[in-house]
Design a binder for this molecule. Sequence first.
Ligand code: BF8
Length: 642
Amino acid sequence: MAEEKIEETIEGSADPAARYMLEKAREANIETGWDRFAAMQDVCAFGDLGLCCRNCMLGPCRIDPFGEGPQKGICGISSDGMVARNLCRMVAAGTSAHSDHGFHILEVLERINAGEKSNFKIKDKEKLGRVVQQLGLKKDGKSGKDVVGRLIAKVREAYFGSDGTCDWLARTIPKARLERLQNLQLLPSGIDPVIRETMHRTHMGVDADPLNLLLGAIKCSISDFLGMDIASNLSDIILGTPKPTFSEANLGVLDADAVNVAVHGHNPLISESILQTVPEFEEKAKKAGASNGINIVGVCCTGNEVLMRHGIPLATNVSSQELVVLTGALEAMVVDMQCVMPSLANLCECYHTELITTMSIAKIPGAKHFEFDPANARESARKILETAVGQFEKRDPKRVDIPSMKSETLVGFTPEAVLSVLEKVNPDDPLQPFVEKIAAGDIYGIVLFVGCNNYRVVQDSSFLAIAEKLAADNVLMLATGCAAGAFAKRGFLSPQATQEICGSKLAKVLEDLGKAAGLDRPLPPVWHMGSCVDNSRAARLAFALANKLNVDVDKLPVVASAPEAMSEKAIAIGTWAVALGFTTHLGVAPPILGGKVVTKILTETTKELLGSCFIVETDPTFAYQKIKETLTEKRVGLGLQK
Ligand code: BF8
């Protein structure tokens, strides 16, 4: 691809491969998310500000932010009440998505433990041991089956509620934070009860008090953390805990000489079954003319799951999911749940690509549906791969156009992986050298980048702009979900980026850690922690630091940032991040600005209550400054050098 062609292309993305494909889509008159976003402008200002309610059939009601039209809903709800109620429902929806994800994994663990037919087994017994120990489920001479049974009962209790505080939370969150949340009565008894309560309190004629509603949203969001933490831990037990692994990212990972299959969504079990089944189809693919056999690539968070567990390359993140099809080299787009654009069906019709849905709750008109059945996962995977190989023969080689861009990535920095590297430096007290580096300012602070792309922002641009500045200031970064995708594509997850973007102090730390890890290269400036549910891993790393320093989480020089947030899940994550003590930057204004009181509570008052708050800042330069100021404030609070 000629370099000048990239320069000429429209500015929808900071990712040159995406820009190239967008230009191609324009030339071919093929619609993408960017076009639909443009067609949707100007977006409804009432909805944008959170001032639109359709929770009952009196309305829909819209409150005029300029004071000329109605100032209350028909029921009499105030603008702040309406905004808070809407936000509450977004948090409940995000919480339900993450916790349902975790529940699917739990059901498979139950199947395994009951000895029922399944293509899965307990792969990581060490992780099982750690989880069981942390939950206080001692073996007491019991069989492994009994221990897993007790774990299952504990997880069911986390879902369906217990008397008092959920035990999983009580044994995970640092003591000072737990007490703070307990005093504010913000700890849920379980996931399902708090979602039920949240949906109820936001029904017509129930909670109309903005502060009370927001406290309800915070309580619900803590269940979001719980569901995510369960999902990550149970996934590790069944599929293995990720370890640092090299791979590649961006559209250049598609292979013109292979049957290309993209796995997209969030459920790690379906993609795992496909990977297990690939060897059966390599020869068939070659016979069909694909000399390199089968090439699996990832998209979004399913992509992150297979990237960190198997080194499967990541094709792209959420905004550019359609562009994978536009390469003309994709035989099957296999989707499970969440963040999958229904538009893929129309796009696949323009090519030979088969869109395959796999979950009963996530069907798309125009797609082939092969239901994922944990009892017979290999059979579902066989059908998928058989279809993909069949589609290869229908591929039009003249339409194949794969951008060459791809970047090296080093991924899989789970807390376990981080600790095992640190153990090489100090086996007796692994966190000590890390804490010393923070104290000395060699690591100025830690920023966790989370969340999506949003067409309101030039794709990936805010992530990259903020991260580049922070790295130069010796700030270590963690990333999950589509944030990790943005960094992966640009090469920020590669050891090479350490020399290119880090300040000298951080670069030295990462070089030393790279040596300790047995690499002849530094660790990257951004540590990939996994998919969106794995934000709980990042929180656990921060919890370990808080416990080590014997301080509450809000005292740590750790900030979260979602510069391109889009989904309800991102809203839920941001809310629990604040609840757990992490000041959190949002680069896209959530639909709350129509409520002055709500905005003040979330950006100021929570600081008094929780020691942390939201920073809403759409400009990446100002966002960087505010994040840096927060890190400085926390350092000063700990008595460290600015
Ligand atoms: O869960 S970051 S767009 S893919 S919601 Fe979705 Fe947002 Fe991406 Fe993963 Ni998370």
